[in-house]
Design a binder for this molecule. Sequence first.
Ligand SMILES: O=C(O)[C@H](CCc1ccccc1)CC1(C(=O)N[C@@H](Cc2c[nH]c3ccccc23)C(=O)O)CCCC1
Ligand SMILES: [Ca+2]
Ligand SMILES: [Zn+2]
Length: 309
Amino acid sequence: RYDEPTIGSGVGVNGQTKSLNTYLSNGNYYLYDTTKAMNNQIRTYTSNNGTYLPGNYMTDTNNNFNASDQAAGVDAHYYAGLTYDYFYNNHNRNSFDGNGATIASTVHYQSNYNNAFWNGSQMVYGDGDGRTFIELSGALDIVAHEITHAVTTYSADLAYHNQSGALNESFSDVFAIIVEGDTNDWLLGEDVYTPGIYGDALRSMSNPEQYNQPAHMDDYYHSPDTKDGDWGGVHTNSGIPNKAFYHVASDIGFEKSGDIYYKALTQYLTSTSDFEDARVALEQSAIDLYGSGSELQAIKNGFDLVGIG
Ligand SMILES: O=C(O)[C@H](CCc1ccccc1)CC1(C(=O)N[C@@H](Cc2c[nH]c3ccccc23)C(=O)O)CCCC1
Ligand SMILES: [Ca+2]
Ligand SMILES: [Zn+2]
């Protein structure tokens, strides 16, 4: 019997059916995508509500992943593929390390786990408790947010505390929004957050204050550089550069802003960059790509409006 790449189907967290790149081996179909460049692989596992990582491969006997306990894996796999495609097609980056690293995701981590994370090697997704969240891999913006953390680690490696940490967070939110690619969608996590409440989200790029984030340096949130202080409030102060991005992308669109932000992240920013350094890096990236024109002006304007001089 030959092992071979196959195309299956699956039903995601929010009930949509999608085509999946799978792999047939010994009569079982695996969430294992070998179709990307240089045979980069996208592999999706389940922790079966435990804490083992990566856990067990998610498999199916008929290549139709439509069971309710498969939905989180379907979306983790499919959205990892979409995010891989974004970085490869728009920035010629082969996976998060630029060298075809395997993208591994584990779903059903712990029980009722209301969060997700990149653990330095792979992505990990909780199922949510059904009230605050449903399975977190069901949101493309969350999957893209996590994979961008890996891109950042292999590029600027922005230290995860204080302003560099808030930038780390902001760049993950920025590429989450760009990968989703909907100019009306400035929200993060809306597809899996509070299923009982319509229209709310974890964060808003256009209106950070709506979810208790500052949108201006005047309101910078001073928090302890500790785990309990969210390392100086990295998920709070990201609202300031996030709002700047909202202004920039509203001016020049997702394609140009994506190219400027990618160049800054991969060629200019370093682990200790702060908000001012980010402005300088983004201005320089705009000049490199487009000269001193409207794109540069958009960066200046966006950062002026949030008080980053
Ligand atoms: O990647 C990240 O920045 C977040 C990683 C959080 C984490 C870190 C280390 C160990 C475990 C979990 C995860 C996400 C996040 O922004 N989490 C925020 C908000 C949040 C989600 N679930 C929560 C539960 C309680 C409190 C806050 C939260 C946080 O952890 O602050 C990103 C997109 C959605 C979830
Ligand atoms: Ca969104
Ligand atoms: Zn993050």
